[in-house]
Design a protein around this ligand. Structure first.
Ligand SMILES: Cc1cc2nc3c(=O)[nH]c(=O)nc-3n(C[C@H](O)[C@H](O)[C@H](O)COP(=O)(O)OP(=O)(O)OC[C@H]3O[C@@H](n4cnc5c(N)ncnc54)[C@H](O)[C@@H]3O)c2cc1C
Length: 484
């Protein structure tokens, strides 16, 4: 049926004269009419303001607008749009909620931005099997609101209210990953529209099993693919039982070393901590001001524990012993939901708190992740480098996973400062690689880390990735210029 319709559209709007290859600026009127015929006129825009809005994410990467933006309403339309664009050499850029921080939605070669936010239904909820199927426009907050009275929740929580399929595409994680894993661990199946319009179910249509040894892991291939292999049109996600009780805490330390040592000791003691987040003194100061907290301005851990009341008491006692042994002070517990929420809202707003340190500037977030034993040395060294660089920046991190961010503030109109930020980020990336880590724990490669990716995976790794890309996208039209 889909291919019949595709054929009819191509006959209606013959290919010749649709657009130039790698559109960059111009789509022919005929092509725009073909888009409208597929999804309806109200769901296509070529207005400058709309294109501009879709040409950038939250990062400092320069805005590069697509030539048109379309809002498909269902998977059939996505498939037909992909086939139309692919058949005419038009780049395709998937768009979730635009909260990415690596320039993933920039239309570097022009093309059609496919905004998936109108497809926002929760298609299935299987409480007994702890799974749900969502369309690409559903955000993690919307899913959790839907799950509120079900006794279940979805724990992956990037600071922004990102779309769940955007989170699949970037391999996102957040503050709960130390206990519940990242998107890689929480996706059971994906429905993907391949660049030429064919529909793939990565684990087989309708399946939502917990484990499988059936062939290659196609689901894993698309987690972190950053829109370069296909459009994710539905995700089957793993849900978790909502914790019986929760308690959060903050504690301040005399040094970064002491905070990170405590993290390692808590994990070594097998305390099943649900969240363990580090904020340096500059970040803590910014959060105090931005979110009206009253925490000590010092290297700080934000912690959270989940479990039964009895289990919580044990976890809390053990953690207090460990942190006190490492010189912690100002231990403060948040037991009721309101206090806890205030703390985590502040943590999730750390990006905006950092931006408020230099109004008018853009933020650039580094994202290295190292084996946990190497965390103290890289964090201490990074703090020294940051001071020496003269840049304004904060450090915050999901330290339980060995992952941390320097949020660097940069004046986008100052080319010299932009270069210094880039140099700092590259040096930090290389230091992580030297310590057996990765240049990106959760934000992805996007535009800015392609060189580091090459250094990370090596020549054969890159060649294998290029071959996979060429097999799925032989014309190189899916989100070109990203990752590889
Ligand atoms: C304040 C703030 C805090 C953040 N905190 C975190 C954090 O703690 N952890 C973390 O991991 N990230 C964090 N992020 C980054 C961001 O929220 C994540 O990268 C998120 O996964 C992006 O989702 P999105 O829907 O906004 O994707 P977009 O920005 O729209 O797109 C990101 C990439 O995914 C592709 N894409 C989007 N949707 C699809 C789809 N359906 N199919 C195929 N490709 C698609 C795009 O083409 C692009 O390459 C934060 C961002 C902000 C602004």
């Amino acid at each position: 049926m889909a291919s019949l319709l595709r054929g009819a559209i191509w006959r209606l709007f013959p290919r010749k004269g649709y657009c130039s290859w790698g559109t960059q600026g111009k789509l022919s009127q005929g092509f725009v009419e073909a888009l409208k015929a597929l999804v309806g006129s109200p769901h296509v825009s070529t207005a400058a303001a709309v294109r501009e809005q879709h040409g950038h994410d939250e990062s400092m990467h320069r805005c590069q607008p697509p030539d048109a933006v379309v809002w498909p309403q269902n998977v059939e339309q996505v498939s037909q749009l992909a086939a139309l664009c692919y058949g005419h050499g038009v780049p395709i850029i998937p768009f979730g909620t635009g909260t990415g921080v690596e320039g993933g939605v920039c239309a570097v070669q022009g093309g059609v931005c496919i905004n998936l936010t109108h497809m926002d239904r929760i298609l299935e909820l299987n409480p007994d099997d702890f799974s749900a199927v969502v369309e690409p426009g559903v955000t993690h907050k919307a899913l959790n609101a839907h799950l509120r009275d079900s006794g279940l929740w979805f724990p992956v929580d990037p600071g922004a209210d990102a779309s769940l399929c955007g989170m699949v595409a970037t391999g996102a994680s957040g503050t709960n990953a130390v206990r519940y894993g990242t998107m890689r661990d929480n996706v059971l199946n994906l429905e993907v529209v391949l660049p030429d319009g064919r529909l793939l179910h990565t684990a087989g249509p309708g399946r939502y099993f917990r484990k499988s040894a059936a062939g290659y892991n196609l689901t894993g291939l698309f987690v972190g693919s950053e829109g370069t292999l296909g459009l994710i049109t539905a995700a089957t996600l793993r849900l978790h039982p909502a914790p019986e009780a929760m308690v959060a805490a903050t504690c301040a330390f005399p040094s970064i070393q002491a905070a990170v040592d405590s993290t390692i000791h808590i994990l070594q003691a097998a305390v099943p901590v649900a969240r363990i987040e580090f904020l340096d003194d500059v970040m803590m100061d910014a959060c105090n001001r931005y979110s009206k907290l009253n925490c000590c301005v010092a290297p700080t851990l934000f912690l959270e524990f989940h479990g039964s009341e009895q289990a919580l008491a044990e976890q809390v006692q053990r953690t207090e012993e460990i942190t006190q042994h490492n010189g912690a002070s100002h231990f403060s517990w948040a037991k009721n939901a309101e206090e806890r929420s205030r703390l985590w809202v502040a943590r999730h707003n750390a990006w905006y708190a950092a931006l408020s340190l230099r109004p008018g500037c853009k933020g650039y977030s580094t994202d290295v992740c190292v084996p946990i034993s190497r965390l103290p040395e890289i964090l201490v060294q990074t703090k020294e480098d940051l001071k020496a660089s003269g840049l304004t920046g904060t450090i915050t991190g999901h330290v339980g996973d060995g992952n941390f961010h320097c949020i660097l503030l940069v004046d986008p109109e100052d080319p010299e400062e932009l270069l210094r930020v880039k140099a700092f980020a590259e040096q930090l990336g290389r230091r992580a690689l030297a310590l057996h880590g990765t240049c990106t724990g959760e934000h992805g490669i996007g535009l800015g880390k392609r060189q580091l990716l090459q250094e990370e995976v090596g020549a054969v790794g890159m060649e294998t990735m290029r071959q996979l890309k060429a097999m799925l996208d032989p014309r190189g039209l899916m989100n070109p210029g990203k990752v590889l």
